[in-house]
Design a protein around this ligand. Structure first.
Ligand code: BYC
Ligand code: FE
Ligand code: FE
Length: 470
């Protein structure tokens, strides 16, 4: 079904055919817009060169044009339905997928949808002030593109809550606008979404590492037996690819610029020359990677086992896995800390599903490091960036009771405290990065600390007026 843009809420779910649902969502809409105005992008703009979904099919799903941001058409877009789709895993493997929520899974499914929905507006809140210090109009446009799409991802989850979870679902949809990132009384649910994103290096790290958790979590929910959730996540993943592109190429460009300044001035201390030292970039990687690893939950999780067995949440690329997809007979190995040393334990594969997903994620994260190191190599710089050990700086799971160095050594509290300034961004690092954050709004111009992008957006040149400011 194609997307109907004549409706108040653009959609491809025949909202007009369900008056009650339509009215409920239309009454949530002004609350969303109020939230967007008060908690969304702080920088006033005339219009922004944005892509809007016009079709969920393989081709031509996006339309590009300048739009006033508050007039962006947030809507409900689900991937096409596959009438033959069957449950791919768990104890109901092989049965037809569900078009409604089975009573016994109602609260678990609602919980997963609420957690997913909570992260989307949280990221918009975290990125609220970044427009004021964008390094170029191109970057400013990318920030806003990410923001409007995260806003739409909230719509995606709110639609499910309204359409399938009754009154309780509607209350949860309200609450998604009332919790706020970093709020002391009602914070966002997951840790990483209460951290600050105060500068653009943090933004690029966030879109690289934290949006990538989104990719993997959405990938598991795309496998869900609850078909509307699966179809919603499938389409969200298409939008998500751009968010990770912003992170990957953003860090590419910061690294490239730092390398350039290092060579030009023959020093690693590029700070005084308007760049970001590689040490600081490494500490930002350490922070954002470790905080994002926490988003996978505990290595051993009965929640994860139950979700899988029930068919609610699968594995990354479930259908490509070469096993029985039920896993009751299988084992897995997870890390533990035993007598102050790293070791591994054998556990039931079902209990280790968060760990399984995290491993897929880590592999993917490595690809960015490889890229950034290639940038350094090409520039003729010997230093390399790396991912810290998975146990480093963790608040969730087996490592949360221990101190593990980036190199993977378990150390005591004193050793940790003595060295943490070498491993995590210091106040001085943050102050330096902040000092570089001055807006560059002239078309074709770029800030000192980052290289320009290789390509513009949608075939437009870098010096295109991606954003019109008042
Ligand atoms: N912070 O069994 P366990 C995205 C809680 S990002 C706080 O280990 P489980 C995006 C947990 O709730 C993707 N609490 O965990 C990115 C549980 O509490 P209860 C977001 C945490 O349930 C960028 C207890 O600890 N989507 O889309 O297996 C921009 C024991 O937990 C945390 C999802 O996460 C934490 N980090 O796994 C925009 C998908 N971790 O039950 C958007 C939906 C755990 O004891 N969520 N806890 O009260 C899930 O699948 C799972 O809930 C989790 C946790 C993977 C998050
Ligand atoms: Fe999202
Ligand atoms: Fe995203």
């Amino acid at each position: 079904m194609s997307i109907d843009y004549t409706e108040k809420i653009p959609n491809n779910v025949d909202l007009a055919g369900d008056r009650k649902l339509q009215r409920a969502l239309e009454s949530w809409q002004p609350n969303f817009l109020t939230w967007w105005t008060t908690m969304g992008p702080a920088l006033p703009t005339e219009d922004v060169y944005l892509r809007t979904a016009v079709d969920v099919g393989r081709e031509g799903w996006a339309h590009f044009g300048h739009v006033a941001m508050e007039e962006y058409r947030w809507g409900v877009f689900l991937a096409e339905r596959n009438a033959d789709r069957r449950i791919a895993f768990g104890e109901q493997k092989g049965e037809p997928v569900w078009q409604q929520v089975p009573g016994e899974y109602r609260s678990d499914l609602q919980r997963l949808i609420v957690i997913q929905g909570d992260t989307e507006p949280a990221s918009v809140e975290q990125q609220r002030r970044l427009g004021e210090t964008a390094p170029s109009l191109y970057d400013l446009r990318n920030l806003f593109q990410v923001n409007v799409e995260e806003g739409r991802h909230l719509w995606a989850m709110v639609y499910l809550l309204h359409a399938y979870f009754g009154r309780n679902g509607r209350e949860e949809a309200e609450a998604l606008l009332h919790r706020n990132s970093g709020d002391l009384d009602s914070p966002r649910i997951l840790g990483a979404f209460n951290e600050e994103t105060p500068d653009w290096l943090s933004f690029f790290m966030f879109t690289y590492f934290t949006d990538r958790d989104g990719k993997y979590q959405l990938g598991t929910l795309k496998e869900s037996a609850f078909d509307p959730l699966s179809r919603t996540c499938e389409f969200m993943l298409k939008e998500e690819a751009h968010h990770m592109f912003v992170g990957t190429t953003g860090v590419d460009r910061v690294v490239a610029r730092s390398a350039e300044l290092m060579l030009e001035h023959d020093t690693e201390e590029v700070g005084p020359h308007g760049g970001i030292p590689l040490d600081v970039i490494q500490r930002y990687i350490n922070f954002h990677y470790s905080v994002s690893l926490d988003l996978f939950g505990s290595e051993r999780s009965t929640n994860a086992a139950n979700y899988f067995t029930a068919g609610l949440k699968g594995r990354w690329q479930e259908e490509r896995r070469r096993d029985d997809h039920i896993l009751t007979e299988d084992a897995a190995h997870v890390e533990v800390v035993r007598d102050g040393e790293l070791a591994t334990d054998e556990v039931s594969a079902l209990l280790a599903l968060n760990h399984d997903l995290r491993m897929e994620y880590v592999k993917d994260c490595q690809s960015g490091l490889k890229r950034w190191n290639r940038v350094l190599e090409k520039a003729g710089v010997d230093r390399r960036l790396y991912l810290p050990h998975v146990g480093f700086n963790r608040q969730v799971g087996v490592f949360s009771d221990h101190h593990v160095t980036p190199a993977g050594q378990v150390v005591g509290a004193d050793a940790w405290e003595a060295s943490r300034h070498k491993w995590l961004p210091t106040d001085a690092d943050k102050a330096h990065v902040q000092s570089l954050m001055r807006p560059v709004y002239e078309p074709g111009k770029i800030a000192s600390w980052i290289a320009p992008p290789i390509n513009g957006i949608n075939g437009k040149p870098f010096d295109y007026e991606y954003v019109h400011l008042p």
